[in-house]
Design a binder for this molecule. Structure first.
Ligand code: FAD
Length: 440
């Protein structure tokens, strides 16, 4: 039979494309070499957030006296924490499996190889598709002298499925994965050294946000910036950085990812570069009937970006023209405190901007929660008053950034946000307050 589409890769990009094609009345085949759900469900978003949730429990216990509650002593059972992490991932994975079987998607377990513009080989058989979707994701990169061996030097993917919590861990790379792990491990009993080559962690974030996070992580971990790691001694269990030997039973390398190109791609003429497969706004590659979505493409490597690309690709496959719109993409870092960002920063804006700010310290709900640190910053077009960006560092930033994304996407003015009644006492009032500040 000829499928409407044959998809290689069963992560958020691949399974969402399959589900959407099925929803639109098409027949899809999905080829996955590992567990369904991809990095997100098995090695990325979900397991890390399950660990972060365990840390929130320990944080509450540590701070319980402040609330008049005494918890005499507590222990962390690393095995139980890991088991819960794996249970959460498994539940999510089973959910994906159920959705796919409910949608009558043919799931084939095996490594897919591109044979032609319409054919994928797997397990010695060939699947025929009117269209193909490449959704093979990305893979972690190594550094010279610090090659990932999956035992001593591990990647973010490995760490998310590691059967233990390290005692002494050196994390190389202060991007979002490095920072999330530094925040998690250091609050759950590991001694953590976070090393970043540039002069600040999260170098892509607003400078005030980076500084606030640096101060917070430094309470539980050693943070070294402007520092280059030279080598790792697997026998001696140390890492050399700036001439110093830092003890480490595990080295977590989080220095970036590269596209995981499927075998055969060079023979069919799909154009890609080192950032990923090139696609147009319809998610079409340089070969007309071949689409690519998610981490494999040169967009932002986030699960919700993969979903959005997959939705557009599926509609185009089924003859319902749709462009993917990545103009407004919220971005979260699940550290303590959390970070949320959308749109432009004060320094990155191409027009004159005004900035409005609201501190958690002055927010009633934050006070009740005992959250004194953090802020909500909005970047507003000085002429038009429209909200161009928002930057949050503080409790529940990941839940708050969605409203700001809506305001940016809808082209709302700070005045319109400020004129919208927000419920009291809630953290959402921070957005209104920051917009009020920006509108004078
Ligand atoms: C530690 C960590 C934490 C993260 N946290 C977040 C987060 O909080 N929020 C967020 O939005 N994003 C997060 N991400 C990023 C997110 O996981 C990815 O953006 C998302 O998984 C991309 O989806 P995808 O479908 O493009 O690729 P993937 O999820 O990588 O899926 C690709 C799939 O293709 C399969 N595959 C590859 N080649 C073949 C082949 N030849 N044949 C068959 N199958 C193949 C792979 O086995 C894999 O299952 C995190 C990533 C990491 C590493």
């Amino acid at each position: 039979m000829t499928y409407d589409t044959v998809i290689i890769g069963g992560g958020p990009g691949g399974y969402e494309a399959a589900l959407q094609v099925a929803r639109l009345g098409g027949k899809a085949a999905l080829v996955e070499k590992g567990p369904l759900g991809g990095v997100c469900t098995n090695r990325g978003c979900i397991p890390t957030k399950a660990l972060a949730a365990a840390c929130e429990v320990t944080d509450s216990i540590v701070r319980s006296r402040e609330f008049g509650i005494s918890v005499p002593g507590y222990t962390v059972d690393p095995e139980a924490v890991i088991k819960r992490r794996d249970r959460v991932s498994m539940t999510m994975r089973k959910g994906v499996e159920k959705l796919l079987s409910g949608a009558k998607v043919d799931v084939i377990s095996g490594q897919g190889r591109l044979v032609s513009e319409t054919e994928v080989a797997v397990n010695g058989e060939t699947l025929d598709g009117r269209t193909l979707v490449l959704a093979t994701g990305s893979e972690p990169t190594s550094l010279p002298g610090l090659e990932i061996d999956h035992e001593y030097v591990v990647s973010g993917d490995d760490a998310a499925s590691m059967p233990r919590i390290p005692e002494d861990v050196v994390i190389v790379g202060g991007g979002f994965i490095g920072c999330e792990y530094a925040s998690i491990y250091s609050r759950i009993g590991s001694r953590v050294t976070l090393i970043e080559a540039l002069d600040r962690i999260l170098p892509g974030e607003d400078e005030d946000v980076s500084a606030e996070l640096h101060a917070s992580i430094s309470k539980t971990a050693t943070v070294m910036t402007s520092t280059k790691v030279e080598s790792a001694d697997r026998e001696g269990k140390t890492v050399k950085a700036d001439g110093k030997d830092i003890p480490a039973d595990t080295v977590l390398l989080a220095v970036g990812r590269r596209p995981a190109l499927p075998e055969g791609i060079d023979d069919i003429g799909v154009i890609y570069d080192k950032t990923g497969v090139q696609v147009d706004r319809m998610m079409r590659t340089s070969v007309d009937n071949i689409y690519a979505v998610g981490d494999l493409t040169s967009g932002m490597r986030l699960a919700h970006v993969a979903y959005a690309g997959a939705e557009a690709a599926a509609h185009n496959i089924m003859g319902r023209e749709r462009e993917a719109d990545f103009s407004v993409v919220p971005w979260c870092v699940f550290t303590t405190p959390e970070i949320g960002r959308v749109g432009v920063s004060e320094k990155g804006a191409s027009v004159d901007v005004r900035v409005g700010r609201a501190d958690y310290l002055g927010n009633g709900k934050a006070r009740c929660m005992g959250e004194r640190g953090g802020f909500f910053k909005v970047v507003v077009d000085a002429q038009k008053g429209t909200v161009l960006g928002a930057h949050i560092v503080g409790a529940h930033a990941s839940d708050l950034i969605g409203e700001a994304a809506l305001a940016v996407k809808a082209g709302m003015t700070a005045r319109q946000v400020a004129d919208t009644i927000h419920p009291h006492p809630t953290l959402s009032e921070l957005f209104r307050q920051a917009c009020l500040d920006a509108s004078g």
